[in-house]
Design a protein around this ligand. Sequence first.
Ligand code: 13P
Length: 283
Amino acid sequence: MPLVSIGEELKRAQAGGYALPLFDTADVQSTEGMIQALEDRKAPAMIALYSGALERPNGRAMAAYIRTRAEEASVPISLMLDHGSSFENVMHAIAAGFTDVMYDGSSLPFEENVAQTKAVVRAAHAVGLCVEAELGHVGSGSDYQSFGALRKGFTDPDTVERFVSETGVDFLAIAIGTAHGLYEGDPEIDLDLLRVIRARLDIPLVLHGGSGCSDAQFRATIENGISKINVATDLFRAAGVSVAEAGKGGEASYWAFSRAATEAFRERVSYYVDLFGASGKAH
Ligand code: 13P
């Protein structure tokens, strides 16, 4: 059960009241840990490269590697572009064999976000990929007290229907109180806003900035209509701690570092897929 475009799986998640995770990967160690956990838990998921990672000299090779490993996997895995930064960046992803893309026009004025997203949707749909867009802006956890905690960037629920119908986007990332990276303080999530948006749309809704949310917050967002959750920072933090631990005492061994990193990714990914209800959902 190989590489897939994730649309059907996300529709099933939405109907079934669970969420599928997207994990950003960086290298072989992180990817192998993710795939081991997904196969062990029988969970569908998206493994993603950030827009910037695709543009690095090894970006296309990384994409080819993840693609091959997903093709060999026993569970459905999408190779997804995360936070596509421009039409060109998305076209690079399509040329490199990605199966789904996010285009992030969330810093643009509304009309410009609509126009850019629409162009991306037209191109991506022509070759069978699903597209995620962002409306409102999920900021950075390091600015949380001066941004997200003040409700800055939150998605305006009165704009969501027009955005989705004009762009034709498949999944929508919304800003309801989470942020990317480590939080300054604790995240506060507006579940009322989530419920209002959920009632107005029928496509899967996406939560970015998963790292730092509590288990109760994850459960509440899934119960109230989130079907896809992105997690990155926590996995890399856990792997960093494990690698540092593996270097304590004795002789520094590259193989011990490499094993410790893969194992940390495996453990954290298993934890999240269980928490999101995605375990056992691979068909
Ligand atoms: P975190 O790094 O905060 O988990 O956010 C990940 C994310 O939203 C990627 O799109």
